[in-house]
Design a protein around this ligand. Structure first.
Ligand SMILES: Nc1nc2c(ncn2[C@@H]2O[C@H](COP(=O)(O)OP(=O)(O)O)[C@@H](O)[C@H]2O)c(=O)[nH]1
Ligand SMILES: [Mg+2]
Length: 431
């Protein structure tokens, strides 16, 4: 759906990048009379994460229209004396309750519904190991260290689905905003023309020993579910409502109240989220007007035919309002929780590689390609600019069985071997 100014508050596209891990240090202890002391290079710090946090006092995603790139800090390099580098600064993106996080392929990653809920959306890269960690009987003074790993980065789409107990639906001008103002503490805009409500407004309706949250959803117009009007975008906000109050303009200026009721119900059914099967209370509004009173008995009779008992109300005078609230509370007491968006992609950002034997195959040009997450990662992080680093890498190839398999496959000195982004010439006695 294309972005329009009308839905800036409940849609956002953001880019997130976690910090890179700091590089490990290759340093040696300085001691009097000892030219080369033991290795003492510390590890790099971890890159900062980017995380999303649900806040109760936020009601829109508007703030993400202006800032939509979130880049966490890099880890600092390790230092001598085995000192670890500082971790990178994390970044936290605050969003309202009810925010659903999608990846670029529109898979649901997270549904943030609890105050304070935090989800990591980009994990910082690990710091590289310093040379102190490579000390062994073979490498007593290892001159090698690992570079920090890159952090995750991705594009995300955020969508707000308001959390309310009851959603007010109905044609523009039916009196939804007036009704919410009448029954709750909310003060939505009321105006005698359609589309006054450009974003949903939540109101708390207090009853003697309980309360309910009611959302004023912008007016639906016919064809809304096909994207003809604004309505389709707002139907999403009704998805989390356990019950609906369907407000009908009883005065029947443009169409009879029954026609209005049917048109909206058709939109609810076309939306595809099961909105038509939510408990629905029909509020026949503007009963204070003579035109409405003339329509009422025919409307009520038609509704009863369909096993639905409408309530005649007036947002203007307050008539019927307490009955409406009781009916809504009663429906809520029995209504099941609506289904929540279920993660469709595993929220595992960097799955731990399953330890399988490295895979080996030949490229068209004859190069030997080795597929192995651990070795590919090592190839990325190891700077092969010292003989110790080359030596270490060779030993890892030996230990993982790659060397033997290359030989068995007939690799000869001078053949190209590819591991991730690293390409090198095979030598029988090492790199
Ligand atoms: N007479 C009368 N007018 C109403 C009543 N409820 C709403 N209105 C009027 O109908 C128009 C549309 O109301 P509004 O609440 O903005 O409708 P919405 O588009 O459904 O939110 C406004 O001019 C209201 O003053 C009512 O119970 N009686
Ligand atoms: Mg309104």
């Amino acid at each position: 759906m294309p972005d329009s100014t009308a839905n800036f508050f409940d849609h956002a596209r953001i880019y997130v990048r976690a910090g890179r891990g700091g590089d490990g240090a290759a340093s040696f202890r300085r001691e009097k009379h000892v030219p080369l002391g033991g290795p003492d290079g510390g590890d790099g710090g971890r890159g900062g994460d980017v995380q999303i946090r649900a806040r109760e006092n936020l009601h829109a995603l508007t703030h993400l229209q202006y800032q939509h790139r979130f880049i966490a800090g890099n880890g600092a390099p390790g230092q001598r004396s085995r000192r670890q580098g500082r971790d990178g600064e994390p970044v936290t993106i605050d969003v309202p309750l009810g925010t659903v996080v999608y990846d670029a392929a529109s898979h649901v990653l997270h549904d943030l519904v609890e105050a304070g809920q935090v989800e990591v959306v980009a994990r910082g890269g690990d710091g590289g190991r310093g040379n102190a960690r490579f000390k062994s009987s073979r490498f007593t003074a290892p001159d090698l260290a690992l570079r920090g790993a890159d952090g995750d980065e991705c594009h995300l789409r955020l969508e707000l689905e308001l959390i309310a107990d009851v959603g007010l639906v109905g044609a523009p001008n039916a009196g939804k905003s007036s009704l919410l103002a009448r029954i709750s503490d909310a003060r939505p805009k009321v105006a005698p023309y359609p589309f006054t409500t450009l974003q949903p407004v939540l109101g708390v309706v207090a009853a003697s020993d309980t309360h309910m949250i009611v959302a004023d959803l912008p007016g639906l117009i016919e064809g809304a579910s096909e994207g003809a009007g604004l309505g389709a975008q707002f139907l999403r906000h009704a998805r989390r409502s356990r019950a609906l109050i369907h407000v009908v303009d009883g005065s029947g200026l443009e169409r009879t109240p029954i026609e209005a009721l049917d048109a909206i119900n058709h939109e609810l059914a076309s939306h595809g989220a099961g909105l038509e099967s939510r408990p629905q209370i029909v509020a026949f509004n503007k009963i204070d007007l003579a035109e409405s009173r003339a329509e009422w008995s025919a409307f009520a009779a038609e509704c009863r035919e369909r096993a639905c008992e409408p309530v005649a109300v007036s947002a203007a005078t307050g008539e019927g309002i307490s009955t409406l609230i009781q009916r809504a509370l009663g429906a809520l007491a029995e209504a099941p929780e609506p289904e929540r968006p279920q993660p469709t992609a595993p929220p595992v950002l960097r799955p731990e590689p399953v330890q399988e034997a490295p895979r080996l195959f030949r490229r068209e040009d004859g190069a030997y390609v080795i597929r192995d997450p651990t070795l590919e990662r090592l190839a990325r992080q190891l700077n092969l600019n010292t003989s110790d680093a080359v030596d270490y890498f060779q030993r890892r190839l030996d230990r993982s069985g790659v060397t033997a398999r290359l030989e068995k496959a007939g690799a000869e000195p001078g053949d190209t071997v590819v591991i991730g982004e690293l390409e090198f010439e095979w030598e029988a006695e090492g790199l």
